[in-house]
Design a protein around this ligand. Structure first.
Ligand SMILES: NC(=O)c1ccc[n+]([C@@H]2O[C@H](COP(=O)([O-])OP(=O)(O)OC[C@H]3O[C@@H](n4cnc5c(N)ncnc54)[C@H](OP(=O)(O)O)[C@@H]3O)[C@@H](O)[C@H]2O)c1
Length: 264
């Protein structure tokens, strides 16, 4: 993980229009969300970060402050609806609401559908699907009252094709749901003539804590990263900065990126 790497927003001058605006990055306590939060803080945004792990969020907040950014760390368990509501209430009371939402919190468990447990299915569905939808719903309230906003949902290549033989059936189903929900929300916004933009980023393999948690095996995850040069979290942060730098009339609905060498 490229924690705290220097990052310049200069390649994306259009991102300056978001200076001092509030962004919520979910799942920011590690991995992709961590790097997105830092990149947006360095671009001058006010950055609210969530996740369950309070200490990591405090560490991230200190890094945001080091680079001159205003931050807000709000610990929350996204399988609990009241925690999600609290995150938005806190941002409204501190900063007047969210203008950009990076819907990134997510997890996957590697297990056969024939033997998987309802407990792990429910957790993936709660966080990857329901929490993501509730966050869109809450954020759109703020964005509509401001007449401005952008939502970026983090999906996966597994949201476009099922990785057969990899035991990620339910995870893949949740990311296919992200694709459907993003498109459905785009349709609702477009029907209203809304200026709010929405799209997904679908990464292939990124080197984070994700695989160790998914496999329940750190060594297996490290072996996977050694076999194929993976994407790094700041590669995804670059794509976020690009999407936020586009002119008001340009809406990019989907970007898929894989590391060279990935075969699925
Ligand atoms: N790594 C990859 O190869 C890859 C590829 C494609 C897509 N993605 C997607 O990218 C996103 C970020 O994953 P990552 O690779 O950065 O993995 P990661 O390092 O494991 O980060 C996952 C983040 O989600 C948060 N999260 C998980 N369960 C949560 C819960 N119940 N409540 C609140 N937050 C929760 C975690 O925070 P806490 O643990 O502190 O709660 C953490 O901040 C996920 O949606 C993932 O599916 C990853």
């Amino acid at each position: 993980m490229a924690k705290g790497n220097p990052y310049s927003a200069d390649p994306f001058p259009g991102i300056s229009k978001w200076k001092n605006e509030a962004v919520l990055v979910t799942g920011a306590s590690s991995g992709i969300g961590w790097d997105i939060a830092l990149a947006l803080g360095r671009a001058g945004m006010r950055v609210a970060v969530t996740g369950r792990r309070k200490e990591q969020l405090e560490e991230l907040l200190a890094l945001l402050n080091d680079c001159g950014a205003k931050g807000l760390a709000i610990p929350a368990d996204f399988s609990r609806e009241e925690d999600i509501a609290n995150v938005f209430e806190r941002i409204r009371s501190e900063w007047g609401g969210v203008r950009v939402l990076i819907n990134n919190a997510g997890l996957g468990y590697q297990e056969d559908l024939a033997r998987g447990s309802t407990e792990s299915w429910r957790e993936m569905l709660d966080v990857n699907v329901l929490a993501l939808t509730l966050c869109m719903q809450e954020a759109i309230k703020d964005m509509e009252s401001a007449g401005l906003g952008q939502i970026i949902n983090i999906s996966s290549v597994a949201g476009h094709r099922v990785p057969l033989g990899k035991q990620f059936g339910m995870y893949s189903a949740t990311k296919h749901a992200v694709k459907a929900l993003t498109e459905a929300m785009w349709g609702e916004l477009a029907a209203k003539g809304s200026p709010i933009k929405i799209g997904t980023i679908s990464p292939g393999m990124v080197e984070t804590e994700w695989h160790a948690k998914a496999f329940d095996d750190v060594a297996k995850a490290q072996q996977r990263y050694a076999e194929t040069k993976s994407l790094q979290p700041d590669d995804i942060a670059d794509v976020v900065c690009f999407l936020l730098s586009t002119p008001a009339h340009v809406q990019i609905n989907e970007i898929t990126l894989r590391p060279i060498g990935q075969k699925v």
